[in-house]
Design a protein around this ligand. Sequence first.
Ligand code: P6P
Length: 339
Amino acid sequence: MKTLIQFISETQHDFPYATGELSRLLNDIGIAAKIVNREVNKAGLSHIMGLSGQVNVQGEEQKKLDVFANEQFISALRYGGQCCALASEENDEIIIFDNEISRRGKYVVAIDPLDGSSNIEVNVSIGTVFSIYRRISKPGEAATEEDLLQPGTSMIAAGYVIYGSSTMLVYTTGYGVNGFTYDPSVGLFLLSHPNMKIPAAGNIYSINEANYIYFPEGVKQYLQYCQEDDKASGRPYTTRYIGSLVADFHRNLIRGGIYIYPGTAKNPAGKLRLLYECNPIAFIAEQAGGKASDGFRRIMEIKPEHIHQRSPFFVGSTSMVDKAEESMLTYSGDFRNKH
Ligand code: P6P
């Protein structure tokens, strides 16, 4: 079995000019993930359960594990020396690592330290989602917000950790997608899913249909398509929705499927955040042979205007995203660019 560290150093040659910094940055994230995993696994047993009484930039009650996870990744990146700035779902503003070593860091990271945290106390899988960019600002100077406002096409790496029946780290550096399963008995992530590919077609759709009456017509028409009886095309599909992006996406990556969090009449930009939810998952989806859009355009080509910007999100098997986009174009073209 190959460890994460062995795999990263063996594939380091993918980056001819990298002198190991990206490898060290990925390792730093892996170490923080192990620490978060330990606390997630005992959340039901320790004082850490429940609300911390604070509210994050999303206006959501911060559960103590949210705060703990955020602190672990900030600390790992601050002291790792490769990262000069961070955008986190849990922080209103970017965090600039303004110490001597970090100022020379080549990379910036956007992260959702613990996505789906409303599932913590019901023991449902949750996740960490991250994306890595090369900084635009000059090494040696303090990073700026512009470093974090790059389109997804500028990502050099992206990944997620799923804290589920087993804990996995799935990531890409633009050369395919590889999955590592954590073995707590030895404290290592081991390569368990090499060269992951999403099936071109699937029969699972993931969406919160409680919002149905607010969906654009294109989404309603696509859901009807999914539910129609057409055995030749494997329909009706089945619906699976966990309420945790990482868990829903991970299942669809393995089985084939589509995850949709659309814009609605009430919230045209939808709910998910472009920088640290949509873009990293989109990079992995594309590298695994899938597709990711906002219903009309490739999500990774959107130029972010602010770090907590939201976007409608359609991601998964290419043929399913194509069909959903076709429906959006036919029935909801007027919805385009509403967000
Ligand atoms: P809703 C979790 O808060 C999250 O950001 C994603 O992980 C998840 O897919 C979605 O929101 C769930 O949102 O509105 O369906 O509860």
